[in-house]
Every structure is written in C-alpha cells, then in structure tokens.
Design a protein around this ligand. Structure first.
Ligand code: NAP
Length: 313
C-alpha cells in the first residue's frame, strides 16, 4: 500500500516556520502583507480566497482584499495593480485568473511587478523559474509539490520525473523546478502518443491534467511517487484528483490524496512567498537607511572639516 503524502503536516511545518519569520519582521517594523485581487465573484476564487486568508492569518501575514466588479474594463484593473505596485506596505499580490473577457489579461499580468507576483503569473516570474535566477516567485502549486517532496524526504536528484500537463501555472513550472533539483524530466500533453510508457518508467509523476482517472494502474509501477495536482469536481459534488487513487495506491510507493494533498500546501506556500517578499523589502529598506546615514555622516564630516579650516585661517 502506498504511503499517503498528506499535505496537512507539510503545511503545519511551513506555518510554524513562518510564524517565527513574521514575528522577526514585525520587530523590524514590517508587517508582511498580501493583497488579493479578485475581479468578479467566481465561487472557486472565493473559496480559495477564504482558505488563503485563514492560512495567512495563522502565519502572521496580513491580507487586504481588492474586489473589482466583473464589468470593469482593462484600465480599471491595470490602475488597481499600478496602485498596489507603488504601495510599499503591500509585499505580495494574488490575482485570480482568468479575468473576465472584457479585460485584457496580458496587459494586467504584465503590469504587476514580478517582485510582488506571488503566484508566478508574470513573464518575469516565469523567466525566473526557467533560469533559476530568483526573479519573482514560482506558481504556488508547483512549489507546493517541491515542499511535499522535501518534507517526506524524497530527493528528485537523479530520478526520472514525468509531468502530465504543460500549463504555465502547473505542468511547466513543476517540470522546471524538478529539473533544478536534478531530476530527468519528461513533459506529456494531449499529443503525447504513449503516456502509459512515459509514466510507467518514471520514479516521480506529477499529474496536472484536470481529468479524473487519467493516471491509472498501467501508468504506475512499484515504488513510484505520485503527486496529484488535479482538482476535479464530480457530479455528486465530491472532489477527486487526476489519479485513479483506489487502484493505484496498491502499486505506487507514495501518493498525495485529493483532497488533503497538494491543496493545503499551496496556501502555505502563498504565505511563504509573501514572507520572503517582505524580508527582501525589509533588507532593501535597511540598506537604504544605512546608506542615507553613511551619506549624512560624510556630509557632516565635510562640513566640520570646512568649518575647522575656516577657523584656522
Ligand atoms: P489546463 O490549463 O487545462 O492544462 C491541462 C494540461 O493537461 C494541458 O497541458 C493538456 O495538454 C494536458 N492534458 C489534458 N489531457 C491530457 C491527457 N489525457 N494526457 C496528457 N496530458 C493531458 O489545467 P491546469 O490549470 O494546469 O490545471 C490542471 C489541474 O490542476 C486542474 O484540475 C486544476 O484544477 C488543478 N490545479 C490545482 C491547483 C492546486 O492548488 N492543487 C492549482 C492549479 C490547478 P494540452 O496542452 O495538449 O492541451
């Protein structure tokens, strides 16, 4: 029977660490703050928003909400994002996508400063994930997969990883992050001829497809680790992942359940990104303060020297 890679202990460990880091930031006069920008009233967005607010509160991260009517045009949303970019009290932004059709999503995404982009939606953040440069932040879901592997002591180095799905928010960043951790990565999509072959030879599978039962017994082999990112709501209202869990759990070595797997870790990672952004802000501010003090001291010394010289004449 596969080991269950439950998200709750991973999230708990992240929250415990963040509590200490947010307390240290408060002592430096910085309250880590996230602004959630929601255009319209999509129930899935509202539900995620509630989980994010609860998680951030537990970590000591303050949350503001900017709710914009779904009738808003591009200029209104772009102006909101510009305002947040300039607000030094806000360290991170979660912008729900997709935006209504009346709004130019690319224009809005690219207005957001990558250093405030907590969910990897700007091209700056995507480039950061691709190059490993540290610009912006990877999407929370993709990073949540790395946190789960790390917590359960599964090192991707030297392992074969197969990613099912190539979206910018899940599949591609998960592939890049596993590559950075020295896995040998294969990415599958709807045009991949034989996903059974690609998955069954993998040591790690990340399923990010959005279709229940996509990963079945044929895709699985003994000892494999499976991270199920999928969230699929069935007709009876229950939630399931992309993996045929009941059958696959008898073969795989370790597997995330859905719900209670990747999901809870995602909001913890969101809080972690905000804390990291706030720490970077505090470091920059402290350097500026030190630099200003150094300049003021140098100017004072110069003034003193001039006045001394005048007195001596
Ligand atoms: P998406 O944009 O619809 O992308 C789905 C990807 O899966 C596409 O690349 C598609 O290939 C590929 N695909 C579809 N059917 C396939 C098949 N039979 N074999 C191989 N590849 C297949 O979805 P997404 O935004 O990445 O989300 C994926 C799932 O993750 C959804 O269930 C979503 O709800 C969930 N999700 C969860 C979280 C979380 O926090 N846990 C966060 C984000 C998303 P093509 O490119 O060829 O079309």
């Amino acid at each position: 029977m596969a080991k269950q890679l439950r998200g709750a202990p991973v999230a708990k460990a992240i929250v415990a660490e963040l509590k200490e880091r947010t307390a240290a930031l408060r002592e430096r006069g910085v309250t880590p703050t996230l602004t959630i920008v929601r255009v319209g009233n999509n129930p899935d967005d509202i539900s995620y928003e509630h989980s994010a607010i609860r998680r951030c509160a537990a970590c000591g991260v303050s949350v503001r909400r900017m709710i914009i009517t779904e009738k808003a045009n591009t200029r209104t949303v772009v102006n909101c994002i510009r305002e947040i970019n300039e607000d030094e009290a806000v360290h991170g932004v979660l912008l729900f996508l997709p935006l209504p059709r009346s709004v130019d999503e690319t224009a809005v995404r690219e207005t957001l400063a990558p250093e405030k982009d907590m969910d990897g939606i700007t091209e700056g953040s995507m480039a950061g994930v691709f190059t490993g440069s540290g610009t912006g932040y990877p999407p929370c879901t993709a990073w949540a997969c790395m946190e789960i592997l790390d917590y359960y002591g599964i090192d991707p180095a030297g392992k074969r990883a197969t990613i099912m799905g190539r979206s910018n928010i899940a599949g591609k960043p998960a592939a890049m992050l596993l590559l950075q951790k020295n896995a040998t990565v294969t990415i599958c999509h709807t045009k991949t001829p034989d996903t059974v072959k690609e998955c069954s030879r993998a040591d790690i599978i990340v399923a990010a497809v959005g279709r229940p039962g996509t990963i079945g017994v044929g895709h699985t082999r003994i000892g494999q680790t499976i991270l199920d990112v999928g969230i699929n709501v069935l007709e009876d209202g229950s939630v399931t992942g992309d993996v045929d869990y009941e059958n696959v759990e008898h073969i795989a070595g370790a597997i995330t359940p859905v719900p209670a797997g990747v999901g809870p870790v995602t909001t913890a990672v969101l809080a972690k990104h905000v804390v990291e952004a706030a720490e970077k802000f505090a470091d920059r501010r402290d350097v500026e303060i030190r630099e200003a003090a150094r300049r003021a001291a140098a100017e004072q010394a110069a003034r003193n020297a001039r006045s001394k010289a005048k007195t001596a004449q």
